[in-house]
Ligand binder design. Sequence first.
Ligand code: ARG
Length: 407
Amino acid sequence: MKKRVVLAYSGGLDTSVAVRWMIDEWDVEVICVLVNVGQDADTTESFDDIRARALGSGATDFVVIDAREEMADEFCSRAITANARYEGKYPLVSALSRPVIVRHLVDQARAFNAQAVAHGCTGKGNDQVRFEVGVHALAPDLEVLAPVRNWGMSRGDSVDYAMKWDIPIKATRDKIYSIDENLWGRAVECGEMEDPWNEPPEEPMTLTRVRTERAVEMTISFVAGRPVAVDGVAMSLADLIGYVNHAAGATGFGRIDMVENRRVGIKSREVYECPAALALIAAHSDLEDLVLERDLAREKARLEIRWAELVYDGMWFSPLKEAIDAFIDETQQHVTGDVRIRFSPPGAMRITGRRAPAPLYDYGLATYDEHDTFKHADSEGFVKIYGLGVKTWAARQGAKNATPPRQ
Ligand code: ARG
């Protein structure tokens, strides 16, 4: 019997050629699985067209899985509670979709009784790491195949290969940009952006093109760290993300242009469009400032950095990441309240207010007016003892810090 392989299929040139190539070179049977993580937002192609291409490439079967709600509820929601920005900037757009895809690949491999799964990633990126480490975390017995890493074809060669085998592709030899998208945003690479000095072109951008001159204001409501409503209208997280992407993106907010460190040691220039991710994380983090106790907030901030690195590096399914999840979940109990945001074209965003039913902000303690409840005299002893060590040091050894007397 032939080896059966479940391929993470996108419908693009590489995965279509991969179907035929694996059949041709490795004599395997290929099942294509397309996991919809929201990449259909601005494509004109239907899943029926993609199915035809998969089968036309030689696949035995084609399965589409709608994982949009799952991606929002189980993956984006964790990125929000972790205020996840890799290297302080990137909200993990592509990194977040890979474990969703991995989960379904493994499920389908079981359903079809397959011995292997396959992906269409090259050897230079992070996604190969995320697929392979992820699959092995869920199914140590499954083999992972990476045809694109083996075949050594250029883009032109792939187009020729597709023509030779009559694979119905839309891509042409001069497709310039590499784009990965899902409901959390878009990652745009290649073309003139490969020179980090060049300004990113408008042409491949969709979410963050300025489409209005008017400022947009909205109030995001959170319950236990999860966004649940915009301007009082409750919606599913997937819909809420879609709404914010559209409304905030129209003002030009949400573009990131950065040089990042890939897991494999390559620096890469990336342009992201992710208005909802940036706005929701900013709002969530702001609400935390109001409700989290100081030491808890500081420790959480340290773990957030590690969380984002783990997820970027393909460790979604790993014991450390899961332990940090448990810590973060514990912190979110009182992260309930509203945050108001104003988006001003082109591209500016400001948080203009926040409120919560259980804030740690105490008006009586904070105010300077006659409602002040703070006992100022209590501070006298506190400050003396707090500064005692430094005072002792200054008396014995530290006088050098004083302004020297004028000559
Ligand atoms: N560098 C980003 C990451 O590793 C995005 C990669 C997405 N791929 C693409 N074809 N643009 O998460």
